[in-house]
Design a protein around this ligand. Structure first.
Ligand SMILES: NC(=O)C1=CN([C@@H]2O[C@H](COP(=O)(O)OP(=O)(O)OC[C@H]3O[C@@H](n4cnc5c(N)ncnc54)[C@H](O)[C@@H]3O)[C@@H](O)[C@H]2O)C=CC1
Ligand SMILES: O=C(O)[C@@H]1CCC=N1
Length: 278
């Protein structure tokens, strides 16, 4: 850990495009030990610049090329459709030895390597928005020019966002479908559970509190016991009781099958994005 923090201290990081995901990764980078004074975040509007400066004490600019000029790590946080233009702006300005980190859904390492100066180190990452509160999970994979040291540095910076796992590039679209998009599925379920509570007569406040705390508690129970979800589900389901009555309805409505379809759709959309933009 000391070694990791030593590596991170003094590391200059540029965030090129600092929207929802860029901001969450930025918050994690600061939590990992990157100093606010070593961070520059690029934006397109003044209002956004003010927000980021006030929240994190980082510098902001609209000039992407200037932002990367002395950065050791450059996080490209724009939408997939805007990545090519961003790489054209920053490529010629990258500092020697800089590592470019992509969080873009779908776009392969090759997309970056073909558009950046030969030999640029690239790391493809798939984070998720709970990074904002240090509870994210990010998968990473390094490109052909990324050294072990580059990967370790990026891993250290991302570890302030939560867990970091290394995967093969062929698995990145599956990771995105499960964990990148995953928080949205959970928010959807929480909203549906809270709405159901309101249907049963609870106030909105109480229903929301119960739904949020139930998801939080179930997540912690899974994590802290390491038990299989089926075992934990069975412990809630008394024979002839209320839970099996509810779970049967979820099965009748095809909720499990819907999740399988949903993740396939997310994976397929990532592939489409790569094909459309590549
Ligand atoms: N939102 C999420 O949960 C996740 C998003 N991602 C990836 O993160 C990337 C960004 O997604 P979001 O943060 O959701 O989008 P977003 O729209 O919130 O953020 C993109 C930001 O880039 C800025 N931007 C665009 N062009 C710019 C330029 N030339 N200079 C400076 N800033 C510029 C936009 O103003 C915007 O604030 C995408 O590639 C997406 O695939 C990956 C994992 C999860
Ligand atoms: O919806 C998207 O395309 C991005 C990538 C993963 C989560 N959000």
């Amino acid at each position: 850990m000391d070694e990791q923090i030593t590596g991170i201290t003094g590391t200059r990081v540029a965030f090129c495009g600092t929207g929802n995901m860029g901001e969450a990764v930025l918050a994690g980078a600061l939590a990992s030990g990157v100093a606010p004074g070593d961070v520059v975040a690029t934006v397109r509007r003044d209002g956004r610049a003010g927000e980021l400066e006030a929240r994190y004490g980082v510098r902001t600019t609209t000039d992407n090329a200037a932002a990367v000029a002395d950065a050791r790590v450059v996080v490209v946080g724009v939408k997939p459709k805007d990545v090519a233009a961003m790489l054209a702006s920053i490529g010629p300005a990258l500092a020697p030895g800089a590592v470019v980190v992509s969080v873009a859904a779908g776009l392969p390492l090759r997309f970056f390597e073909e558009r950046l100066p030969a030999g640029t180190a690239v790391v493809r990452a798939m984070p998720n928005t709970p990074a904002q509160v240090g509870a994210g999970v990010t998968a990473i994979v390094g490109g052909s020019a990324a050294s072990d040291e580059d990967l370790a540095l990026v891993e250290g910076i991302l570890s302030g966002s939560g867990l970091v796992v290394r995967v093969a590039e062929k698995d990145m679209d599956a990771v995105g479908a499960l964990a990148g998009s995953g928080p949205a599925y959970v928010f959807y379920v929480v909203d549906a559970m809270a709405e159901a509570g309101v249907l049963l007569g609870l106030t909105r406040d109480v229903a929301r509190t119960l739904a949020v705390q139930t998801v939080l508690g179930a997540g912690r129970l899974l994590d802290e016991t390491g038990e299989h979800p089926v075992t934990l589900r069975e412990r809630v389901s008394s024979p002839g009781g209320t839970t099996v009555a509810a779970l049967r309805r979820l099965d009748d409505r095809g909720v499990r099958a819907a999740f399988l379809d949903a993740l396939e759709a997310a994976r397929d959309r990532a592939r489409e994005l790569a094909a459309e933009l590549g």
